[in-house]
Design a protein. Sequence first.
Lengths: 312, 356
Amino acid sequence: MKSTFALIIGVLVALGVLQSTYVIDQAEQAILVQFGEPVGELVNTPGLHWKLPFIQDVRRFDKRILSWDGDVTQIPTLGREFVVVDTTARWRIVDPLKFLRSVRDEAGAKTRLDDLLDSVSRDIISGTTLEEIIRSKDWAVDAKALGEEGVAIEQVDLTKPKKGRATLEKEMMAAAAKLVPELGIELVDVRLKRINYIDSVSRQVETRMISERQSIAERFRSEGQGKSSEILGQMERELRQIRSEAERKAAEIRGKADAEATKIYGETYGADPEFFAFLRTLDSYKAMGENTTLVLDADSEFFRYLDSTRAR
Amino acid sequence: MGTPADRLAELLQFGPRKNKGSGSGGGGSAYPPRGGGAKLPGGLIGFVIAALVALWLVTSSYYTVQPEERAVVKRFGEVVKTADPGLHFKLPFGIDTVEFVATERVLKQEFGFRTLSTDGERSEYASEDFPDESLMLSGDLNIIDVEWVVQYRISDPMKYLYGMRDPDRTLRDISESVMRRVVGNRLGSDVLTTARVEIGELAEREIQEAMKQYDNGIHIVTVQLQDVVPPRAVQPAFNEVNEARQERERMINEATKRLNQEIPKASGEANRLIAEAEGYASERVNQALGETAAFRSILSEYRSAPAVTRARMYIETIRNVLPNIGTVMVVKDGKTAPLPYFDLRKPRAATQEQPQ
């Protein structure tokens, strides 16, 4: 019986101690609430702390930087393209008392941030062209130095953005930061996480990209044909050059040789043209063969002596 | 709170919630059996309780830090120290809790794809895509599909645990934001080809800057672009461009090849033509020289006795020529029909086998 009594006392003491102490983690800060009313100072040193048992309640708040991720929303830009925008932000609870009073807890804060950041991003995005949102201030694409892609890209405006993405994010941040201090919140940053076309626009853009590519491909092909014809033309020219030159040279050489031969013949045969003609005629007789029919005059030199012997 | 009862009480409230360390194993089993002692012998109950408490004491008063880890030790929620690898002791019953942070390991986040396992020789990747992560707009307002990895290390476990809630998720968000900014500041064609490394470096710097701003103890090791491709529907068109480029090269190469075939051949032929002409030239000249030399010799002989030589040459020639001639006809002035003198064909036809 004694031990049972001791056990009950022990349990009661333990319950009392439990109720009058609390632990604050390194990542936390806390406010004590007594009958729904905050009491005392903000507790932001980690460790073991005392409180009144049973009547005081501990509300804990994270001290660390927290993140917020917005819903994905469709927003038209200034250029009327519908884009899907996903924003993300980081924030922290800087005034737990205000935080407790205005939004109660993180879920409450998230709802408020949802509304707030959503409207801010809507305002900014719908007042800006897509180029401004996508590009940044240090945009340095030179439309003239595009090389082989140049032809296709001419359709897109490549001017430098006036503000650029980072500036827009800062504007969003500034617009939202004005409204959050009353919630006991500080915004660390607001960023555009994702910006994409909505599906129907995506398909249009893809079609545009396809036709861009096809025109580039077409250009490559005709370039190939052009270059090929150029080379073949060049080849034809060279061939003709080479051949005609060779023919010319050959004709020159032959001509020179003929001239020289003629000169030689001329010089030599000129000494006795009559004898030359005689020799040549005899030579040409030697060419006569089986298929030749020779008609000789009976009075010719060959038969002269034949006749004369008969006459004797 | 020096008494064991106090510690027990603390533990009952906070121990199981906070203790993520290796020493938390005994927490659940150490619940004292409440008010059940009446029927059982008091001594035995006391012994069992004491034994359980002792077991709990032992299991919750040490922890081991692995080589790649650092441990952060908290006493009642307050960080009291960080511990290096090895075996360490701590206050038991969840008074001290330990959180382990893998500071030496290089961690990785993947965007647009997921590695399922790296066992074996080849890593396995999830078959589905994550288009939400990887599709983005390039500066020329085209769509591009970029996959990348961010490798990072936790350089400061304190800051990692207490600077920010869920720093890894923030790293993800920031990586996506930064990558889209960097890619959005380029032409799609550059992102696909030449600017990959530069984009990785730029993204690495910007992500690191953001992490520094949050002071969350994350150190970016590297950002690397993986597959960078046009959206699926456009890929065939991109391939077509590549094919067209190949075709252009092929056509140029073929033309060049023909040129290289034809020109040397033509040059060779040209040289042959010239060589032939040269051959003809020397032949012609030599022939002329030879013939004229012969003529000159004959001429000098002829001049010494022109009439005799002339007659001799004529008759010799006729004699040599006549046997070979098919038909010889002799005509006499005043006769109408040719007068056959002799016909070589008939005796030849008869004695064809043995001429003469």
